[in-house]
Every structure is written in structure tokens, then in C-alpha cells.
Design a protein around this ligand. Structure first.
Ligand code: DAT
Ligand code: MG
Length: 152
């Protein structure tokens, strides 16, 4: 099996709307393993680093303002093809184009308030974001009791 880690974050709108538990539950029930979690406020500098690829785009300043506007719940999830599986479970970037059953399709309506972040599948993205938000000693290695039943 292709075990990998991905960075996920409940954005300030998701925190304010009480969706942390619901979102964590979906990944837990899917079989992904939580290896790190942090309730935190993103400062301006971290926001610029995290969303560096979007610097200069018309929505960038609004995006930074939004992501720093309140606490977020940052996480690292591990599992088979975790990066792509999380992206599939999130839906499209625009909640309006996201299928029901996806997180953005079930809990969002507006592009600028799309509840959740997950690393994209481009090589190195997940590793970069995990390092940006977590120290090595904040990521835990352990076995979940259901692993022998989750994976062949
Ligand atoms: P994703 O979050 O699906 O990886 P992205 O990396 O392209 O999407 O963009 C990061 C965030 O920026 C996205 O979650 C919402 C916001 N955003 C993207 N495109 C936008 C646009 N055209 N107008 C307003 N906000 C946008
Ligand atoms: Mg992205």
C-alpha cells in the first residue's frame, strides 16, 4: 500500500460554524489516521508562505485576510493515497461546483468560504505544508487497531 501524509485544515469559517468534529469524523471513519493536530491562529507571515503560489492574484489579499481572521484547526492525516483521497473527499475548490457528499458540497456555497484546506496532489505540496505547520515531534507514529482490517 502507498502510505502517505497530507496537510488538512478546517478554515476559520468551518471553525465558526462548528464543523471541526464533522470534518474530523469523515476522515476518521474513512480509515485515515490522524498523526498531528493543532488549534491555532495563522499570522500574516504564515498565510503568505502557505498561499505563496497565489501571491499577485486578485483574490490573494482577501484570502490572507480570511485565513488570518480566526482560529483554524490544522491536521496531518496519513493513509493509502491520503493526498488524493482527501482532495476527493473535499470536492472542488468552488463549493458551488462540488458534488453532494463532499465536504465543500455539503457545507459550502461560496468560493471564498469553502470550509477546508487540503494539500494538492502536486509533488512536494503536502510535505511542504506539513513542514510549514508542524515540527517533527508534533507528528506521532502509532498503529490504529483497525489497520489490519482496512488494508489487504
Ligand atoms: P484549493 O483550496 O481547492 O486548493 P486553490 O489552491 O486554487 O484551491 O486556492 C486556494 C484558496 O483560494 C481556495 O480554497 C479559495 C481561494 N480562491 C481560489 N480561487 C479563487 C478565486 N478565483 N476567487 C476567490 N477566491 C479564490
Ligand atoms: Mg490549493
Amino acid at each position: 500500500s502507498d502510505q502517505e501524509r497530507t496537510f488538512v485544515m478546517v478554515k476559520p469559517d468551518g471553525v465558526q460554524r462548528g464543523l471541526i468534529g464533522e470534518i474530523v469524523s469523515r476522515f476518521e471513519e474513512r480509515g485515515l489516521k490522524l498523526v498531528g493536530g493543532k488549534f491555532m491562529r495563522i499570522d500574516e507571515e504564515l498565510a503568505h508562505e502557505h498561499y505563496g503560489e497565489h501571491e499577485g492574484k486578485p483574490f490573494f489579499e482577501g484570502l490572507v485576510e480570511f485565513i488570518t481572521s480566526g482560529p483554524v484547526f490544522a491536521m496531518v492525516w496519513e493513509g493509502q493515497d491520503a493526498v488524493a483521497q482527501v482532495r476527493t473527499m473535499m470536492g472542488e475548490t468552488d463549493p458551488a461546483e462540488s458534488a453532494p457528499g463532499t465536504i465543500r458540497g455539503d457545507f459550502g456555497l461560496d468560493l471564498g468560504r469553502n470550509v477546508i484546506h487540503g494539500s494538492d496532489t502536486e509533488a512536494g505540496s503536502a510535505e511542504r505544508e506539513i513542514e510549514l505547520f508542524f515540527d517533527d515531534d508534533e507528528l506521532l507514529d502509532y498503529e490504529r487497531v483497525d489497520e489490519t482490517w482496512l488494508y489487504e
